[in-house]
Design a protein around this ligand. Structure first.
Ligand code: DGJ
Length: 725
């Protein structure tokens, strides 16, 4: 059983294939997390060791009688503010009397097969009843009447689990939730580095490594979106562990708004990790009888290094997060007009792209920004989602018919959460943007943010999108989001609900995405936020792929793609070949092939030589599609470890095939370059494609091959494809 309750010990044991998480009901119903780590058997179970040496500055609770307990020292499972735990607590609720002491104690539990949906929120799901098991622990703060249901789901075979919390106000008075993390995890030591992904526009998800020290190590967002700047992912990596070995705890929040991940190391050298909505700028008013559901945190433990952690996240997200037709169906190979034309296009130009694209084997034309209102630059028309007939005479129907007649599918761009001050919609509804009365509005990219918390606003935007998407044959939508939230206020949301706006905005976005994907289940939705500014699991629930970055330079993309691969599978990562100057077409293709491959250029400007290369790439794309989209990723040489080269592999799940890609970031004189490959079957014999060279998997993984004769100048790259015989 993946979840067992050991009655005598009052212990819940949550087991995956490789990990055990323990929750213990301690004296007075206090919940503890005495263990999370490598799998341990059910018996014998004499008890865990707790720190029981502390001074009078660490208080106990008067009603606790057993042993030497202090709420400041024990590994509390979901610790409340103000009742003796001076570490970073997981929850604080202010009651009608103005006090925010919070103390949840065990009431009851239930264990069942499957997984509940989270109200209004994206979350992992079960495909079949036996795929996962859920434990719900009901806890209650008797003083206030607040209840917290701690929800745990174990995906046993995938070695992953999820946690979220539902707060219910069972009292007669209103209360305000000041913070409510999705998960709190206690570890017995602090011998870890925190790996996390930082970045900015055009340089998302770089790896950053910080050694945990006494005090707090945090990453967060207050931008209203998960953001370019930090991704809602962190891994605690035990000192000495690395890509292929050692203990790693991975955390990822299924949420697209303000988040916080904090590791708090206390004076007893223990670590608590809290992950959830950022309390900064958040308060949720809960009237009597109301409930609040947190987003879901995904937890992965492995003792096989960061690489295995990533593969666990990838499998979970491909199987149990991504939905819809394109979860399994092959995605069309696309060309996007943005870097080819920016705002300067018309029907004939787009059709000329489609004609040339057709010749090289591309399957879909995506018309990016600039097709609506009177938009010829980024200074107007967001929110006016009707076609600009000056650019597209006769309307979208004429263009789409001509593209379809060539045998290509057609895609279109939207930025539904934005509104231009220079737009018909804003002139008619100036209160439809986020704003605070009598306060200047910040502007970015000459646009405001639309008030997604309002149902009437969402109805309008959905109605406009529906008119276009239901009338024409549109196969793909790119959903963009090009600025962050400021003056986050809503005309409809006064006190005491003012600080709910950031979360309500995210819920509104999810609602609109849900309406869109429900009304148009065959449309392939690709998310985007000025490149990869909202690349998170929340978005993946609605769109199976996300544009990874506006940076299409193949060499700079490498760090972005390596970082993204920490928890997001290749099949989710939008990656295109562009006209960027620094490398040749072969390397651009080899790098973009890692993701949802496509083109972002004017195909009429390709030289004849490059046209032939593109045709080769298209063949290679089809040949390796399944391997890359459904295979296992092995990072061989990571940019954070080696600034000269990067390399990676995709291995088929049955180990019958492996594709190795190697890129030189900086030239060096290479006399000996031996690569030991990963993830193969040691018993199988592999043939290097295009040669008669044969090697056992054991040879390739242990002795390796000397690759010094392959090209190694800056920007060079090569691939090696091995097939098992
Ligand atoms: C930002 C996106 O990342 C680009 O790909 C493009 O769609 C532009 N926005 C359009 O404004």
């Amino acid at each position: 059983m993946p979840i067992t309750y050991l009655e005598q010990e009052k212990i819940f044991k949550l087991d995956t294939a490789g990990s055990t998480y323990v929750v213990q009901v301690f004296d007075q119903g206090i919940l503890l997390c005495p263990y999370y780590g490598a799998k341990i058997p059910d018996t014998p179970f004499d008890g865990f060791c707790f720190r029981d040496w502390f001074s009078s500055f660490s208080p106990s609770n008067a009603s606790v009688t057993s042993g030497s307990y202090s709420s400041d020292v024990f590994p509390l499972e979901y610790s409340g503010f103000g009742v003796g735990d001076f570490r970073k607590t997981a929850v604080a609720i202010r009651n009608a009397d103005g006090n925010n002491c919070t103390d949840f104690r065990y009431v009851s539990h239930r264990i069942y097969a499957g997984k509940p949906k989270l109200k209004d929120l994206p979350a992992t799901y079960a495909n079949t009843g036996d795929e996962c098991t859920t434990l719900e622990i009901l806890t209650r703060d008797n003083t206030t009447g607040a209840e917290a249901t701690l929800i745990y789901t174990v995906f046993e075979k995938l070695s992953a689990m999820t946690k979220s919390v539902r707060i219910a106000n069972t009292s007669d008075c209103a209360m305000d939730i000041e913070k409510v993390y999705s998960a709190s995890v206690s570890l017995n030591d602090m011998d870890y580095d925190m790996y996390h992904l930082y970045g900015r526009w055009n340089a998302e998800r770089n790896m950053s490594v910080s050694k945990l020290e006494h005090g707090h190590t945090s990453i967060s967002s207050t931008r209203g979106s998960s953001s370019h700047y930090h991704n809602p992912f962190a891994a605690l990596v035990r000192h000495g562990a690395g890509e292929d070995q050692g203990e790693v705890y991975g955390f990822n929040l299924v949420y697209s708004g303000n988040f916080d991940i904090t590791a708090d190391c206390d004076y007893y050298e223990t670590t608590r990790v809290n992950i959830g909505i950022n309390p900064d700028g958040f308060t949720w008013h809960l009237d009597a009888g109301e409930e609040f559901q947190t987003p879901e945190a995904v937890l992965v433990y492995t003792n096989e290094g960061l690489g295995e952690m990533s593969r666990i996240f990838h499998r979970l997200y491909m199987n149990n997060l991504i939905r819809g037709k394109y979860k399994t169906e092959k995605r069309p190979l696309l060309i996007n007009s943005w870097e080819a034309a920016y705002f300067d296009f018309n029907t004939d130009k787009l059709v000329s792209f489609a004609e040339r694209a057709k010749e090289v084997g591309i399957e879909m034309l995506v018309m990016d920004d600039g097709w609506f209102g009177v938009r010829n630059s980024d200074n107007c028309s967001l929110g006016d989602w009707y076609v600009n007939e000056d650019k597209l005479p006769g309307g979208l129907g004429v263009l789409i018919d001509r593209v379809n007649a060539l045998g290509l599918k057609f895609g279109i761009w939207y930025e539904p959460e934005m509104i231009s001050p220079d737009s018909d919609i804003y002139r008619a509804h100036p209160d439809w943007c986020l704003h605070v009365p009598n306060r200047d509005k910040s502007i970015a990219r000459r646009q405001y943010v639309i008030d997604m918390s309002r149902e009437d606003v969402r109805d309008n935007i959905f109605g406009q999108m529906y008119d276009v998407l239901s009338k024409y044959k549109i196969d793909y939508v790119k959903w963009d989001f090009n600025r962050n939230l400021t003056e986050a206020g809503s005309a409809l949301l006064g006190a005491p609900h003012g600080e709910e706006i950031f979360h309500r905005f995210v819920l509104g976005t999810y609602d609109l995405m849900n309406r869109l994907t429900t009304a148009f289940p065959d449309i392939l939705l690709e998310n985007c936020s000025g490149g990869g500014g909202r690349f998170d699991p929340g978005m993946l629930y609605y769109s199976p792929q996300i544009w990874a970055s506006d940076n299409t330079d193949a060499l700079e993309r490498i760090a972005i793609q390596f970082g993204t691969s920490m928890c997001y599978p290749a099949s989710t990562m939008g990656a295109h070949v562009s006209m960027s100057r620094r490398t040749g077409f072969a390397t651009k293709g080899n790098v973009a092939m890692w993701g949802t491959f496509g083109y972002e250029l004017d195909p009429n400007r390709l030289s004849e030589k490059d046209v032939e290369l593109v045709k080769e790439q298209v063949k290679e794309y089809h040949r390796t599609y399944d391997l890359i989209h459904y295979g296992d990723l092995y990072r061989v040489t990571c940019p954070w470890e080696n600034s000269y080269r990067s390399s990676w592999e995709f291995v088929a799940p049955d180990k019958s095939e492996m594709l190795y890609t190697d890129v030189t970031l900086r030239y060096y004189h290479c006399m000996k370059y031996i690569v030991r490959f990963k993830g193969l079957d040691p018993e199988k014999i592999y043939r290097l494609d295009g040669t008669e060279q044969r090697y056992s998997g054991a040879f390739l993984m242990n002795a390796g091959l000397n690759l010094s004769r392959y090209p190694h100048s800056t920007g060079d790259s090569f691939t090696l494809h091995f097939y098992a015989e």
